[in-house]
Design a binder for this molecule. Structure first.
Ligand code: SF4
Ligand code: SF4
Length: 462
């Protein structure tokens, strides 16, 4: 069930080469700066102006950010990541701009190059800092606006540029297309796990990703087994099977909308009642929160993350799971975009419970869970590897502190971040497991154990 590490390392080697595939876009320096400012102007609204006016520089947000906590470096304090937009706001839009201009420097290309690390490598837009800010400032939103400005100026890190350029052209990533989907479907058919591709009508559309086709094949296998086991009318659409959205991750808004529109359009065309997003963190908000805007109408179907779907099926009793052989103590890592941003907390825990897992909560879990360190596309950035390593150490400490034998999650990016960091640090004796893969191995006819959950009192000093 767990991924073969040689396959993982081969995949990681390919990722390490990504930056070379980006087609550079030449622009004069002053044009880049002008584009950033123009995008800031376009995105500044009352809400964001209030954020920028109300920061009291208390520094509380720093203690919420895994990058600051694990490095102790003041440059990674969340408030600093707002600096470019704040400077521009103060000089050009603040009621006190005539005064601010006396000491607030204009943004330069050097600033943009320096802040690139702060808004891509060291911010995963996880949203944890907003929850502790006494003023309720959504720093992740400000970072996201800054990323969009960087995209306008063609200053996105090369790895994300390469991914965005490929997906903008083909809709897919990692050179994986419909033929690869059909190939893996044929392989699974041989195992007795059919994947109905391109049905004209279906109640459920399952989305997958190149990462599942190339690396985490067991996750796709397990999802297909679940859908077949439940006997639902389902399909995967070869014209829109990719859930990842590198328009969203890089900051290219038009590409983001185009990709989301494609997914939504495919679900509409088959008359779907439910669109199921795979174990991918950002694919969930890309579809759930931006889907209707991209389509231009209210969605005629519901959007569920796979972990949400599994939990719902377990809770209604339609999906019956076998208890695992012998008690196993596990902990669950909430992917930020599914948990804190999406509100999906109880469903994956219900699934673990149904398999009779002994579940220990991390000291920080649920809405306050720490990010894997690789979200928002960070897991592809070569230069961010030391930062991911640091944040993995935090997760490792917390996992071991609760005596968990395995770390379970429902996001391929989180798994890749953890696996990469664990491998780089000489390995870890706790497997990093996928929720749906566990489910795929424990499909049963009888009701699962309902009393297996045991909660430890979290040690918040970690
Ligand atoms: S916690 Fe909020 S108010 Fe305090 S420094 Fe951070 S952003 Fe500013
Ligand atoms: S959104 Fe997350 S990663 Fe970004 S500054 Fe806030 S806590 Fe740090």
């Amino acid at each position: 069930m767990s991924v073969d590490m040689d396959t993982f390392r081969g995949f990681a080697d390919q990722i390490a080469q990504l930056g070379r595939m980006a087609e550079p876009v030449d622009l004069p320096d002053d044009e880049r700066v002008a584009r950033v400012k123009a995008e800031f102007d376009a995105k500044l609204n009352q809400t964001r102006a209030t954020y920028l006016e109300s920061c009291v520089h208390c520094g509380v947000c720093a203690e919420a950010c895994h990058f600051f906590l694990e490095t102790g470096d003041a440059k990674y304090a969340p408030v600093r990541k707002m600096d470019l937009l704040q400077r521009h706001y103060r000089r050009e839009h603040s009621p006190m701009r005539w005064l601010f201009r006396l000491w607030t420097q204009e943004i330069t290309l050097d600033d943009l190059m320096e802040w690139q690390e702060l808004v891509y490598d060291s911010c995963t837009e996880c949203g944890r800092c907003m929850l502790v800010c006494p003023m309720g400032i959504d720093i992740a939103d400000v970072v996201n606006v800054t990323r969009r400005a960087y995209a306008r100026a063609e200053l996105v890190p090369a790895e994300l540029t390469a991914m965005e350029q490929e997906q903008s052209q083909s809709g897919n990533i990692f050179r994986t297309g419909p033929d690869d989907l059909r190939r893996i479907a044929a392989e699974l058919e041989q195992e007795g796990i059919p994947i109905p591709i391109d049905k004209e009508k279906a109640d459920y559309v399952l989305v997958t990703s190149a990462i599942e086709i190339l690396l985490f094949k067991d996750a796709l296998r397990a999802a297909a087994r679940v859908m077949n086991h439940l006997g639902y009318d389902w399909t995967v659409q070869s014209c829109a099977f990719e859930g990842a959205n590198f328009g969203m991750l890089s900051g290219y808004e038009d590409v983001q909308a185009k990709l989301t529109n494609r997914l939504m359009g495919a679900a509409v065309s088959v008359g779907a009642k439910t669109l199921i997003i795979p174990e991918c963190g950002h694919a969930y908000p890309a579809a759930r929160w931006y889907g209707a805007n991209a389509l231009g109408t209210p969605l005629p179907f519901e959007v569920l993350h796979l972990s949400e779907f599994l939990g719902r099926e377990v809770r209604t009793g339609r999906l019956k799971l076998k208890p695992i052989d012998g008690k196993r103590t596990v902990t669950y890592h909430d992917p930020c975009k599914v948990g804190r941003i999406g509100g999906v907390f109880d469903e994956p825990r219900a699934v673990l419970q149904a398999m009779g897992m002994r579940h220990r909560e991390l000291p920080d879990h649920g809405v306050m869970n720490f990010c894997c360190g690789g979200g928002a596309g960070n897991f592809l950035l070569n230069r961010a590897e030391p930062l991911r390593q640091k944040t993995f150490e935090l997760k490792k400490r917390q996992t071991e502190s609760v005596g968990a034998e395995a770390l379970v999650t429902a996001c391929s990016s989180c798994r890749m971040s953890f696996l990469g960091a664990a491998d780089a640090s000489g390995g870890w004796d706790r497997p990093i497991e996928s929720l749906v893969e566990l489910v795929g191995e424990h499909l049963g006819d009888g009701l699962g154990e309902q009393n297996g959950i045991e909660r430890a009192v979290p040690d918040r000093s970690l």
